[in-house]
Design a protein. Structure first.
Lengths: 132, 132
DNA sequence: ATTGTTGCAAAAATTTTGCATTAAG
DNA sequence: CTTAATGCAAAATTTTTGCAACAAT
């Protein structure tokens, strides 16, 4: 019987995620946690984050060539993401009004996570090219 | 005035994408295109795919640590993706019934691409652990 | 002619992994 | 005690880039 151990590393990673409003990447989390556990390794941060994602308490925003961003599901609140392709800024969008189709999925597929992402340019990055 | 040149490399990459029903990665596309243009480099495939994504004619499914998968928008048909976390299989889901919220986005954000992804386990990978 | 593209190869970056050691339960 | 989890460092992968040569317009 496999049991998850409540290590200090795990606690610290979870706390770091809980404390931030941003959507940090593994390196940022590592930096934060280091102030509490100076010897924690980046590998452990990655392994812990993987576990949290599998447990469904953390969401990810994944972009090729960019570090994965992690997002703690505060209170299990369902929400989606707005991602700026230029600067990488990520904003949350509450999911109140969204009704996603549950039909049309392949037979037998077990949904573990639904992601709705709007990719584009944030207000700052979209501003018309000032006269160059 | 920047103009896109219709190179043979670009044509070949587009054709490879059009011909497949799968959601190939850059390496697969490179392999395909090589049968027509033996000397095309993987770098060029990546650059071409980037351009096609920017042009909005190709969608991507991006996963950390996994090669990005590319999907040609045949006839501009809007659809979403079902992704198996285990085996990486990707299925399309038509978007007919979906009504996505256009409100709630940050002011001034310019949406270029909307992604709806269902992540989980496909029927094969989800089958209950046979008695081990 | 111009200059956007290519091929090559090296580099950058992110994420994963093997293994001996540590520590949670 | 047991064995899941850690730290370290190396490895594996994917993606990006600099630059001289090439080719589309």
């Amino acid at each position: 019987m496999t049991m998850v151990r409540n290590t200090r590393q795990r606690q610290a990673v979870i706390q770091a995620l809980r404390e931030t409003q941003s959507h940090p990447d593994a390196a940022w989390i590592h930096g934060q946690v280091r102030s509490v556990l100076p010897s924690i390794s980046l590998g452990t941060v990655y392994r812990t984050l993987d576990a949290l994602v599998r447990d469904g308490v953390v969401m990810t925003i994944e972009r090729a060539g960019q570090a994965t961003r992690f997002d703690y599901k505060h209170g299990g609140h369902v929400h989606y993401h707005v991602v700026c392709r230029q600067c990488g800024a990520i904003h949350d969008v509450s999911a109140e009004a969204v009704t996603l189709p549950s039909a049309g999925l392949p037979a037998g597929f077990v949904v573990q996570d639904v992601r709705l992402e709007y990719h584009g340019l944030c207000a700052d990055c979209a501003q018309p090219e000032e006269q160059l």
